[in-house]
Design a protein around this ligand. Structure first.
Ligand code: CTP
Length: 399
């Protein structure tokens, strides 16, 4: 999976830079082409000569070398690479990456890179746990960069705690897994419903729910990262995912979402319905604002069509259908009932009882329930990581 790949290594000024020559050796043995861009501070920890000898390529440090007149283009470096791996990454450079500062060739290359970016924070324990560093790490992750999390253990300072750089052989393994997954949905079309629906009562009021679309967006990004063509049918949300393989169909009402999903399902290989669709909508929408009266107001609602259940009826043998169940009580029984009545391949259960799960959070705690009622429970994790678990489960079942 790694042979022939082009990996740009970014090195910043941390003591763990001593591990990078080993990483380069391992990558070269795998048949990877390696180039290095490093900050001036990193040169205090590992020499450019060592890195250039091992990578068999010149090392880029500054945009312009006044002694030999060479120009290192950040654009060229960024577009050359299949992946940019920044390790070790100091708190200082993390902060600059999170705010778009480009006062080094490495930072300019980061902003210009079109390829996936892996970042491996490594520093002393207190710097790592500082709220600013944590916020910056989260910012980078929310922007689609892939975190290679540090480990706890003995640090160069003599302190013990979080901040050790991942071992080179594990970084190679992370890259291997990434590239193998990147191909896994090539040629597949994935249709995803996401977000809330909005059902107008009159020109001023509406019925909706708390869905923010974060889970659906994470699912769309993961499908795209695995090479799929993605169509995201999304109700109104404040943020939409950005990826060249994601087409976004913006809808407002449950009926609009139904029409689009039914039409798109005909050409889908995988459909994942993550939207919080209104089950009941006003029988009619008033054209003028409803005026306040002395009596109570009765709003008559009518049932919507269940999109997922309809897809379950239309499903062909080659198609894979996944639903969500958001429950507040009798979680497992309710989810199993939905799995069967809607003819799903599996259902993702999230309970509003779990702290950190459900609407608005960046995290989720899911369980995947298969047709044979086997339940795989996952820990509370980011919605991005939950999306990885969902596609890993799908990948086990489709060719
Ligand atoms: N769903 C759908 N169309 C609807 C209602 C729900 O496609 N009109 C899908 C959701 O996107 C989700 C699954 O059905 O994948 C379950 O949704 P949920 O709200 O948990 O359950 P409901 O089936 O609506 O049942 P209830 O509200 O009674 O729990």
């Amino acid at each position: 999976m790694l042979t022939g790949k082009k990996i740009l290594l970014g090195i910043t000024g941390g003591i763990a830079a001593y591990k990078i020559p080993f990483l380069i050796r391992l990558l070269i043995k795998e048949g990877v082409s390696v180039k290095v861009v490093m900050t001036k501070e990193a040169c205090n920890f590992v020499t450019p000569l060592t890195l250039s000898a091992l990578s068999q390529n010149p090392v880029s440090i500054e945009p312009f070398n006044s002694t030999d007149g060479t120009w290192h283009s950040h654009i060229e470096l960024g577009s050359w690479a299949d992946a940019f791996v920044i390790a070790p990454l100091t708190a200082n450079t993390i902060a600059k990456m999170a705010t778009g500062i480009t006062d080094s060739l490495l930072l300019a290359t980061y902003l210009a890179a079109r390829c996936p970016v892996f970042y491996a924070p490594s520093m002393d324990v207190d710097m790592y746990h500082h709220i600013t560093t944590q916020l910056n790490i989260n910012t980078l992750q929310s922007q689609g960069n892939i975190l290679i999390a540090p480990h706890a253990g003995e640090l160069a300072s003599g302190l013990t705690g979080m901040g050790r750089l991942e071992e080179p052989q594990n970084i190679v393994e992370i890259l291997r897994t990434f590239f193998s997954k990147q191909q896994s949905l090539c040629g597949k079309t994935v249709v995803i419903s996401s977000g809330p629906t909005i059902e107008p009562i009159d020109p001023v009021r509406y019925i909706s729910n708390h869905s923010t679309g974060k889970m659906g967006n994470a699912i769309a990004l993961e499908a795209a990262a695995r090479g799929a063509k993605v169509i995201l049918v999304s109700g109104p949300v404040s943020e939409y995912p950005q990826h060249p393989s994601i087409q976004i169909v913006k809808v407002t009402s449950a009926n609009e979402m139904y029409n689009n999903c039914i039409e798109l399902f005909a050409n889908a290989d995988i459909a994942i319905m993550a939207a919080a669709v209104a089950d009941y909508i006003p029988v009619s929408t008033e054209t003028e604002k409803i005026k306040k009266k002395d009596t109570d107001l009765v709003l008559q609602l009518t049932k919507t069509k269940d999109i997922l259940a309809e897809l379950g009826k239309l499903k062909q043998a080659h198609q894979y259908l996944v639903g969500f169940a958001l429950e507040t009580n009798n979680e497992l029984d309710n989810a199993i009932l939905k799995l069967h009545t809607k003819n799903l391949d599996f259902i993702v259960l999230n309970s509003l009882k779990d702290p950190g799960a459900g609407f608005g959070h960046n995290t989720n705690k899911i369980s995947i329930i298969s047709k044979d009622h086997s339940v795989t429970e996952f820990a509370l994790k980011s919605k991005k990581e939950a999306a990885v678990d969902i596609f890993d489960a799908i990948s086990k079942n489709i060719v």
